[in-house]
Design a binder for this molecule. Sequence first.
Ligand SMILES: Nc1ncnc2c1ncn2[C@@H]1O[C@H](COP(=O)(O)OP(=O)(O)O)[C@@H](O)[C@H]1O
Ligand SMILES: [Mg+2]
Length: 227
Amino acid sequence: MAVPLVCATGLGRAFDGGEVQALTHASLTVNEGEFVSLMGPSGCGKSTLLQLIGALDRPDAGELRWRGQAYAALPDLAGFRSRRLGFVFQSFHLLPTLTALDNVQLPMFEREWSHTERRERAQGLLDAVGVAHRQDKRPAQLSGGERQRVAIARALANEPDLLLADEPTGSLDSASASQVLALLRALHEKNALTLLVVTHDAAVARQAERTVTMKDGRIVSDSALPT
Ligand SMILES: Nc1ncnc2c1ncn2[C@@H]1O[C@H](COP(=O)(O)OP(=O)(O)O)[C@@H](O)[C@H]1O
Ligand SMILES: [Mg+2]
């Protein structure tokens, strides 16, 4: 049976004093263990929806719930975000002055893990995403595909329940893109990680079990729902 992990109801979000209605009555439930792709033309509101689900932004209207509990009632939203959610972005967002290993350890500092534990966990994650041999390199010394692998390892640093990815293959050549995609798919299958992936890439959408499509700030189709 489907168990809702995150549930968005009637979300609205406007920018520029209401001139830009980025999101209108958007409702979406992502169930535990699903791999959902979110598609639609540029500017239709995909990133806005992802940011709201990721508690990086607040809606003007509507409600978000995590395992039934309203985001607004969560006692520590920043803590919720860093413990439960992992983020992957098109442009990687790695810190350029830190090595791969240190980038992956960054989110771990709020945990009560020792230096050794952090380091070993980060090494394990880099190994899991296939770039353990690059752990001492800085982002500029890595290929795009390697950077995104490091970014995925960092997103997994605190063992999130939901991975939110915004165009994770958008900056990669097609060979790296398909490797990163295979990695996401494997993480989903092996670790029952729930994935919500914004993408333009039909190959990504094909890997997902469910595709949600947006247009003009609205959700216009959902392959999980009868049409
Ligand atoms: N911080 C912002 N300030 C002003 N307008 C924004 C902001 N974020 C998004 N928008 C606008 O909201 C609409 C939806 O944007 P976005 O969610 O980024 O779309 P997508 O990710 O589907 O390309 C666009 O018209 C965009 O210009
Ligand atoms: Mg976007």
